[in-house]
Design a protein around this ligand. Structure first.
Ligand SMILES: Nc1ncnc2c1ncn2[C@@H]1O[C@H](COP(=O)(O)OP(=O)(O)OC[C@H]2O[C@@H]([n+]3cccc(C(=O)O)c3)[C@H](O)[C@@H]2O)[C@@H](O)[C@H]1O
Ligand SMILES: Nc1ncnc2c1ncn2[C@@H]1O[C@H](COP(=O)(O)OP(=O)(O)OP(=O)(O)O)[C@@H](O)[C@H]1O
Ligand SMILES: NC(=O)CC[C@H](N)C(=O)O
Length: 584
């Protein structure tokens, strides 16, 4: 019997790739490999499709895009020495595969192809990729390492189980796993279970950063064979997570667990696709011990806030904007968006416009000005009365004899939207829309009015969550400066669109504490009318809300993109027809 292989030093490069920026991603991978080498890592992992960013969507239908990605991979491979690098890329062969390349000794040594291609929720991988054949191992200095790509490890059985039964003591997973509230913990629990099932070290290397509506939270992990967390990267931040693992301990552990012997006999044989020398690694005399840094987890509301900040920062940065602008009403939605913008971009990159009409109360305007001052953002003031009067005069003859109604209310929202778009056009700023998920659900927003804009930061945050996030931001401010950031009256005042005298949201909608749970059940869980009644919601509320949600689909299709933070956001996550006579 040969000597058992010793410890293995891993580096997980939790990087923020940009979709389509092959050269930029290539450079980040190059730097990650150098940093991993600097940390004496022997194996360095990069996220799923790290070379192209995730999801590249229909770029994958372009042959030249696939060729460019391959060329970048070959360039990187040629430079790799003294470490084994596992890099995600789209592979064009007889078909297209979502693949992991094993780079070592100046070449691409082997390629593993993703087996499970997710095609639910926001995922569309079967549109682009063919499935891989099954699990695969690489041997690095006697360590058998099982390869998986993202969804592969969400499946309880093969390929990970086949790889473990085939002798793997380490399972690596390169991933691009989009965030929703609570997902990080859910994913960590799943990975702990996989480590226990396979009795393997699990190294999970995650993508981080925003891509259109998706945010990738990072939260890379290294677990031992009993599911203990050896190392955890921070959430929503780039990081090179380095950890030393003891694969031999996993092998020893298995000797005491007879279950896997029978299962191993029944398992599908797994090929070893590369046999490689162990790269140098740390000096044995050094203070080498298993583990790495373990970042603490953010609490649930802080986590969602961080997702919004990351999503906005990356949307703005990756799309080449330098500044954003939004209408600040003195209400809670625009207040929260302004805070997120200032936190994401810095107050110097945020402008706000206070645009009172005769229905805007002096209190809300004062609150808006106070918040702008607290944030230190640039403030514009535009009185919209002259524009309202101009519209009214222009339409007077046509509308003669008709009372003022929603038409005039919507005109106010449209005047504001127009002014913001004028600032956008003149100065090249991105307009942030401020609608929340409750409003998006029931269509409580004006087309070409407050729905105007380039990015809708809180469109997936129900109003009750908007309150929680705003309170959270104030708690953070009080902890750091002793003062709230958002004037408390903004949080305490009953929500109103202020489009007519004394208007309150609750005059036309059920209270948000009632509305939001109905929306969660109907929109996120697809429950029907009868099931909603079984849950104790009132018939009157259910019928009204369901009709509003169904009717507003046309409006949502015209809304700007925004950050997904729930398990079911509007858009690609929930595809319902606009023309639709089905009720309930
Ligand atoms: N199926 C369909 N496909 C395509 N377009 C369709 C359509 N059905 C109606 N439309 C069009 O949509 C128009 C109606 O939509 P729209 O013009 O937006 O107006 P509408 O939905 O009628 O009114 C706006 C609603 O949002 C509320 N609001 C506005 C502004 C701010 C807030 C807030 O609190 O934040 C709330 C306001 O109180 C009101 O209830 C119709 O006139 C028609 O042109
Ligand atoms: N007086 C105003 N000045 C500037 N912007 C405004 C004003 N009123 C409305 N807006 C813009 O239009 C959006 C829709 O606001 P509205 O007051 O109609 O309802 P809301 O959904 O309760 O939003 P908020 O909580 O921000 O007030 C606001 O978030 C803001 O961006
Ligand atoms: N890219 C993937 O395969 C991701 C799928 C996985 N279930 C997730 O949500 O994280």
């Amino acid at each position: 019997m040969s000597n058992p292989p010793g410890p293995l030093r891993l580096a997980l490069c939790q990087m923020n790739a940009t979709v389509g920026d092959i050269a930029g991603n290539e450079q980040k991978i190059r730097e990650g490999i150098a940093a991993a080498r600097g940390q004496q890592a022997q194996l360095v992992l990069f996220p799923e499709l790290a070379l192209t960013g995730y999801p590249p969507e229909d770029l994958l239908l372009k042959e030249h895009f696939l060729r460019d990605a391959r060329a970048a991979l070959e360039r990187l491979a040629a430079e790799v020495t003294d470490v084994v690098a596992l890099v995600g890329f789209p592979e064009r062969e007889d078909d297209v595969y979502n693949s992991l390349a094993v780079l070592a000794d100046g070449e691409v040594k082997a390629i593993y192809r993703k087996v499970y291609l997710p095609n639910y929720g926001v995922f569309d991988e079967q549109r682009y990729f063919a499935t891989g054949e099954g699990g695969a191992l690489i041997e690095v200095g006697g360590h058998r390492i099982g390869l998986t790509i993202c969804e592969d490890i969400w499946e309880p059985g093969p390929p990970a189980s086949d790889e473990a039964y085939g002798g793997a003591s380490v399972i690596v997973n390169i991933s691009a796993s989009p965030f929703h509230a609570g997902k990080g913990l859910e994913r960590e629990r799943m990975l702990i279970q996989r480590a226990r099932d396979t009795m393997c070290v699990v190294a999970f290397c995650a993508l981080v950063g925003g891509q259109d509506e998706l945010v990738f939270d990072g939260h890379s992990l290294v677990l031992d064979h009993r599911g203990e967390v050896l190392a955890r990267a921070g959430q929503f931040t780039e990081e090179l997570l380095v950890a030393t693992v003891d694969p031999q301990a996993a092998r020893t552990y298995r000797l005491r667990d007879a279950r896997q012997r029978a299962a191993a006999k029944a398992a599908r044989p797994v090929p070893t696709i590369a046999t490689l020398e162990l790269p140098p690694g740390p000096e044995p005399e050094g203070e080498l011990r298993t583990g790495g840094t373990v970042a603490p987890l953010l609490e649930p509301t802080a986590e969602v806030y961080a997702a919004l900040v990351t999503g906005l920062r990356d949307y703005v940065g990756k799309n080449g904007f330098r500044r954003v602008v939004l209408g600040l009403s003195g209400g809670i939605d625009s207040a929260l968006v302004a805070c997120v913008a200032a936190d994401a971009l810095g107050p110097d990159a945020v402008s706000v416009a206070v645009m009172p009409s005769p229905y805007s109360s002096s209190e809300t305007q004062a609150d808006a000005r106070q918040l702008a001052a607290n944030l230190g953002v640039e403030l514009f003031e535009f009185d919209i009365l002259p524009a309202m009067e101009a519209y009214t005069a222009t339409l007077a003859e046509t509308f003669a004899g008709r009372p003022a109604d929603l038409t005039e209310e919507n005109l106010q929202a449209r005047i504001r939207g127009n002014l913001l778009m004028a600032l956008s056009n003149k100065f090249g700023w991105l307009v942030l829309a401020t609608g929340n998920k409750s409003e998006m659900s029931v269509g409580y927003s004006t087309l070409y009015g407050d729905l105007a804009g380039g990015f809708a930061v809180i469109k997936d945050c129900p109003k009750t969550r908007v309150f929680a996030l705003s309170r959270h931001r104030n708690e953070v401010a009080i902890e750091t400066t002793g003062e709230p950031l958002i004037p408390p009256s903004i949080i305490e005042r009953p929500p109103s669109a202020e489009l007519r005298p004394d208007q309150k949201d609750e005059d036309s909608l059920p209270p948000y504490a009632v509305l939001d749970p109905i929306l969660d059940a109907y929109v996120e869980q697809d429950l029907g009318r009868d099931q909603l009644l079984l849950r104790g919601f009132r018939l009157k509320d259910v019928d009204r809300v369901l009709a509003l949600v169904d009717h507003a689909e046309y409006k949502r299709r015209q809304a700007p993109p925004g950050i997904k933070i729930t398990s079911r956001a509007f858009g690609r996550d929930r595809r319902v027809p606009i023309t639709n006579r089905y009720r309930g």
